[in-house]
Design a protein around this ligand. Structure first.
Ligand SMILES: *Cc1c(COP(=O)(O)O)cnc(C)c1O
Length: 458
């Protein structure tokens, strides 16, 4: 048995992979990566079209980030943030506050996007119990969206709205309020598309808040795109509309920027697109450039101050993680922000976004492509059995997964969301690599939908 076969064998035997049916899993071992390219243990190369699940920002083995981590490694790999601090965490907190939207002024570090969301929920809940200007302890519920995704810990699952991931754990979760998703392609509220629909999804949220507003601790929404829900791009005016409803109904706006933060939308944060000013914001994924598990929850002064007092008042936020504020991760995060500045990364994106847009428009004409959606460097291609009726493929055909598997032959690594194909390449991706991703996508959609047609009709 060769070394490589031995590794794959051990992978199957010992590693339980996330979101993976292990009975069907076929090992694929990535041994190296550089820039936007992954290399497997047999030397095959693939463009990392989903940024290693939406985390990588400036490419793999980015010299500046590698060097920052090495430098920090020469000082300390980890020291606790419980009652202590370290230089990279302090500097990163300041830089995040500098670039954050609105009045966010304090940074609570954690180590995963889910944890950052849990922290936001617990802070929001506790805020109403101890805020200075009159307590409102009855505000214990959250309003979130159908198709929302905020991570896999139980609090985050409670505000999640993807049945395939979340239904199973219903009995373990807290019952929250749910508003319709701004999923225009499959909207059941109205037949018209925005702006003609008058944003029926927002009106539905307004109704829920009118009825239950006094018990709502916060409205929890992803920013700009419902990512894991199927790259559901929010219609123009939606985010600003949600922010306005929160203000009118006097509740907190909790924005989850874990997927879209750090340049994916073409702006540093999705909130900037419509000038949204959240009360709490969760960051993760790209915060360390995609290098190390760092996340953060940002809060305004108003919220932070509600937690200040004598120890005996029990206003402390009793929450933390062993690796909160990890110096290596924060050093990577600082280096990533430096790359944004030095390389003028955001300014480099418009031609790439346009390139993706051109390809998406062409793909939209294919007979099994029902809808294409784009927000900046994020693209979604929804495959359907019937274009006119928008009928979906039977889920068990696993069309999306098979198309992505097929794309590996063309040197492109993708992972779908059901039958929605996802493009979320590192921001350093070249226009030529975007062309390759698009070509592989087109060829693979053709091949797999053709196969399926033959199989269904034979
Ligand atoms: C991925 C994701 C999370 C969860 O982040 P993890 O680091 O996987 O826990 C939360 N919210 C959104 C919007 C995400 O895309």
């Amino acid at each position: 048995m060769t070394d490589k076969a031995g590794l794959r064998d051990k992978d199957l035997r010992y590693v339980w992979h996330p979101f993976t049916q292990m009975a069907e899993y076929e090992p694929c071992v990535i041994a190296e990566a550089e820039g936007a390219v992954l290399r497997d243990d047999e030397g095959r190369e693939y463009i990392d079209a989903v940024s290693s699940l939406w985390v990588n920002v400036h490419g793999h083995r980015r010299p500046e980030i590698d060097e920052a981590i090495r430098r920090q490694l020469g000082r300390a790999a980890h020291t606790t943030a419980l009652g202590l601090s370290n230089p990279p965490a302090i500097e990163l907190a300041e830089r995040l506050v500098d670039i954050a939207p609105g009045e966010l002024a304090h940074v609570f570090f954690s180590d995963s996007g889910a944890a950052a969301v849990e922290v936001a929920l617990k802070i929001a809940f506790q805020y109403w119990r101890q805020k200075l200007s009159g307590r409102e302890p009855q505000r214990t519920r959250f309003l979130s969206l159908d198709n929302g995704y905020h991570g896999d810990t139980l609090g985050a699952v409670s505000v999640g709205g993807i049945p395939l991931f979340h239904e199973m754990y219903g009995p373990l979760t807290v019952d929250h309020l749910r508003a319709p998703s701004p999923y225009c392609y499959r909207c059941e509220l109205t037949d018209s598309r925005p702006p003609a629909c008058g944003m029926a999804c927002l009106a539905a949220m307004d109704d829920i808040l009118t009825q239950h507003g006094s018990v709502v601790a916060g409205v929890v929404v992803e920013s700009a795109v419902q990512a894991a829900g199927g790259i559901i791009t929010m219609p123009e005016g939606y985010m600003a509309g949600v922010a306005d409803l929160c203000r009118r109904h006097g509740t907190l706006l909790v924005v989850d920027e874990v997927a879209v933060g750090f340049g994916r939308t073409g702006r540093m944060f999705g909130c900037e697109i419509e000038g949204v000013r959240p009360d709490l914001m969760a960051l993760g994924k790209g915060i360390s450039g995609g290098y190390l598990p760092v996340s953060a929850t940002l809060a305004t002064d108003r919220i932070y101050e509600a937690f200040l007092g004598e120890y005996s008042e029990r206003k402390t936020f009793f929450h933390g993680h062993s690796y909160s504020g990890n110096p290596l991760g924060c050093a990577a995060g600082l280096a990533s922000l430096d790359v944004f500045e030095h390389d003028r990364v955001l300014e480099s994106l418009p031609p790439k976004i346009e390139r993706m847009s051109g390809h998406l428009h062409k793909l939209a004409r294919m007979s099994h492509v029902g809808d294409v959606r784009q927000c900046g460097m994020i693209g979604g291609i929804e495959l359907v059995a019937d274009k006119r009726s928008r009928e979906a493929f039977a889920p068990d055909l696993r069309i999306g997964a098979r198309v992505c598997e097929h794309a590996r032959r063309f040197g492109v690594m993708m992972r779908p969301l059901g039958d929605v194909l996802v493009w979320m390449p590192p921001l350093c991706v070249t226009e030529k690599q975007i062309d390759t991703i698009a070509e592989a996508t087109r060829e693979s959609i053709s091949a797999i939908t053709e196969q399926t047609r033959c199989r269904v009709s034979s």
